[in-house]
Design a protein around this ligand. Structure first.
Ligand SMILES: *Cc1c(COP(=O)(O)O)cnc(C)c1O
Length: 342
C-alpha cells in the first residue's frame, strides 16, 4: 500500500527508535524526566516562548489552550474550516464550555476586519470573546500557508481588545519550510502555539504547546485533569526531540513531492487539483469523472493507494517521509488507470 492518507502515518526513524531505547527516564509528573524537560526547553527556545508543555496529541494541545485561556460561557473565534472546529468532537464545547463562532477565511486566512467585527462588545446579552484561533498551515484549505502579514494583522486586532490568540500550528514547520520565515516569527504572532511532532516530523507520539511561563503552569494542571500527566514519558519525548531537532529540514522534500503529484494529476483528464499546492497536501476534485470521493477512493484502494475524502467530490493526498518520489510516480500511474477505467 502507498499510504497518502496523512503525514500522521509516518513511522519513527531508526534514530528515534534508538533514542527511545537508550533513554534514562524519570517520572514526568514529578518533573523528573530529563528528556521531557529537554524537549520542552528546546521547543520553547526555538519558538521564542518562555515555556512549553509536552502533550499527547495536537487535539489535547488545542483543547488545553481553550481550557486555559477561556472561562465557561466564553466565545471562541475560529476560521470556519479549522481543525479545532471541525475535527475535535466539539471538545471545546464539551470540555471548556465555550461556543465557537466561525469566520469564513480565504485559503485559511481570516480578514482581520471580519475578526474585529466578530469581537463581542461588553453587553449583558453577549458572551465574552475568550480566544481567537489561527491555523497554519491550514489543513482544510489544502495545506495553505497563512501569511505572516495576515497573522500580524489578526494579532493586532486581538491585542487591541486584550483577547489571546492561539496558533494551531500542527503543521507549522511546513509553513516554515515553504516560506523561509522562521518558526519564531510565526510564533511571535500568537500568545500560544501548538505544533505536532507526530506528523511530517515523524515522531510516534506527541505535540508541544508553548506560551508564557504563567500560561504553561496553568496548562500543566489542565493536562493533568485531562489524564495527560505521563510518567516515564522520556520513551516518547526522546524520539520527539529527534523529530524537532533533525527532521524539520526535510519537509521541503515532501513539498516537492506534493507539487510533482499535483502537476501529474492535473494532466489527467477528469481530475483537477483544487488551489495552489503550498506544502504537503494536495486536494483533488474528482467530480468530472462522475464519481463521488468515496467511490474514487474505493477504486484507488483496490490499486494499492490510500487517500481520504475531503468533501463530496474532493480527495486529499498528503506526502510524507514514508513515501518516496518512486512511490508518488506509482501512485500517479494508479490514479491514471482509474480515471481511464471509469
Ligand atoms: C492533525 C491536526 C490536529 C490534531 O492533531 P492530533 O495529534 O491528530 O490530535 C490539530 N490541528 C490541525 C490543523 C491538524 O492538522
Amino acid at each position: 500500500m502507498i499510504d497518502l492518507r496523512s503525514d500522521t502515518v509516518t513511522r519513527p526513524t531508526p534514530e528515534m527508535r534508538q533514542a527511545a531505547f537508550d533513554v534514562e527516564v524519570g517520572d514526568d509528573v514529578y518533573g523528573e524526566d530529563t528528556s521531557v524537560l529537554k524537549l520542552e526547553e528546546t521547543a520553547a527556545r526555538m519558538l521564542g516562548k518562555e515555556a512549553a508543555l509536552f502533550v499527547t496529541s495536537g487535539t489535547q494541545g488545542n483543547q488545553i489552550a481553550a481550557l486555559t485561556h477561556c472561562q465557561p460561557g466564553d466565545e471562541v473565534l475560529v476560521e470556519a474550516s479549522t481543525h479545532l472546529f471541525l475535527y475535535e468532537g466539539a471538545a471545546m464545547s464539551a470540555l471548556a464550555g465555550v461556543q465557537p463562532r466561525t469566520i469564513e477565511g480565504v485559503r485559511g486566512a481570516m480578514d482581520p476586519e471580519d475578526v474585529r467585527a466578530a469581537v463581542r462588545p461588553d453587553d449583558i446579552h453577549f458572551p465574552k470573546t475568550g480566544m481567537i484561533c489561527v491555523e497554519n498551515t491550514h489543513n482544510k484549505a489544502g495545506g495553505a500557508v497563512v501569511s505572516l502579514g495576515n497573522m500580524q494583522a489578526v494579532y493586532e486586532v486581538a491585542r487591541e481588545y486584550g483577547i489571546p490568540v492561539h496558533l494551531d500550528g500542527a503543521r507549522l514547520f511546513n509553513a516554515v519550510a515553504a516560506s523561509g520565515i522562521s518558526v519564531e516569527h510565526y510564533a511571535s504572532q500568537a500568545d500560544t502555539v501548538q505544533f505536532c511532532l507526530s506528523k511530517g516530523l515523524g515522531a510516534p507520539v506527541g505535540s508541544i504547546i508553548t506560551g508564557s511561563a504563567e500560561f504553561i503552569q496553568r496548562a500543566r494542571k489542565w493536562r493533568k485533569r485531562l489524564g495527560g500527566g505521563l510518567r516515564q514519558a522520556g520513551v516518547i519525548a526522546e524520539p520527539g526531540y529527534v523529530a524537532l531537532t533533525q527532521m524539520t529540514g526535510r519537509l521541503a522534500d515532501d513539498h516537492e513531492n506534493a507539487r510533482y503529484l499535483a502537476d501529474s494529476i492535473n494532466q489527467i483528464d477528469g481530475l483537477r487539483v483544487e488551489g495552489p499546492v503550498d506544502t504537503n497536501i494536495v486536494l483533488v476534485n474528482v467530480a468530472d469523472l462522475g464519481l463521488q470521493a468515496e467511490h474514487f477512493l474505493a477504486e484507488l484502494k483496490k490499486e494499492g493507494v490510500l487517500a481520504v475524502p475531503f468533501g463530496r467530490h474532493t480527495v486529499r493526498f498528503v506526502t510524507h517521509f514514508d513515501v518516496s518520489r518512486e512511490h508518488i510516480k506509482t501512485a500517479v500511474d494508479r490514479v491514471n488507470a482509474i480515471s481511464w477505467s471509469v
